[in-house]
Design a protein around this ligand. Structure first.
Ligand SMILES: *Cc1c(COP(=O)(O)O)cnc(C)c1O
Length: 228
């Protein structure tokens, strides 16, 4: 893809996010999902005002890290194995996929050992698709309360991956329900639980996500083209 094409794709996503949030919500931050793409392909995004990127695999991230870490804030968005936490704990700005107590505890331990607190999002499962990971919707608040005392993590909000479907009404309902959960928990002002980020929306559904008040969208193929 030429640089011009890349730039016009980024612009188009930005415009659609602006239209979809329609003054009702702030325009969500665009996180460019850069998995499967080389540092060479990714670096031009910095000049287009992209400040945040998302990667979902530790091994891949580590190989690209030297070229990317000075240019971008890096979010870990994919399933994370406990034994990989220590490899990235110093290099990412946020881990968006925390969905178990042992994982939260490992991040807590490794972050403290590295002299920091790690911002995290709790990944929830809006459609109850167990194989995809994520905390069941009904258990979200209890899970948040369970991990809130871990001082090596800083809970900043929720992350959700919607099911792959063309059914816009169904998706609309799931986004609304997820935003509702986020609002209810935020309004409780629970100790150690900051609800300021709601990461939802990918290439197929970022408009809908923006319309329902996502604060971050994670967009890959709408920027880079379909993954081969
Ligand atoms: C790959 C990925 C995305 C981006 O997917 P696209 O459909 O390419 O925009 C977003 N979130 C997560 C967790 C991902 O793994």
């Amino acid at each position: 893809m030429t640089r011009e094409e890349l730039e016009s794709r980024v612009e188009r996503v930005r415009q659609e996010l602006e239209e979809a949030s329609a003054g009702r919500y702030p325009i969500p931050k665009l996180i460019a999902v850069t998995k499967t793409h080389s540092a060479e392909e990714i670096l031009p995004l910095a000049e287009m005002g992209i400040t945040d990127i998302g990667e979902n695999r530790v091994q891949e991230l580590l190989t690209k890290l030297p070229e990317l870490q000075d240019r971008f804030q890096i979010h870990l968005i994919g399933r994370l194995q406990r034994n990989k936490v220590k490899q990235i704990v110093g290099d990412v700005c946020m881990i968006q996929s925390v969905d178990s107590e042992p994982l939260a505890r490992e991040i807590h331990n490794r972050a403290l050992a590295a002299g920091r607190r790690m911002p995290v999002l709790v990944e929830i499962s809006p459609a109850g698709e167990e194989q995809k990971g994520g905390v069941p919707f009904e258990e979200t608040e209890a899970f948040l309360k369970q991990i809130a005392p871990l001082e090596g993590i800083e809970i900043r909000g929720l992350m959700a991956v919607m099911p792959l479907t063309e059914d816009q009404d169904y998706l609309d309902g799931l986004f609304a329900r997820t935003r509702g959960l986020f609002d209810r928990i935020r309004d409780k002002n629970l100790s150690g639980i900051v609800m300021e980020e709601l990461s939802m929306g990918m290439s197929g559904d970022y408009r809908l996500a923006a319309a329902h008040g996502a604060t971050m969208v994670r967009v890959g193929s709408a920027i880079f083209g379909p993954r081969g």
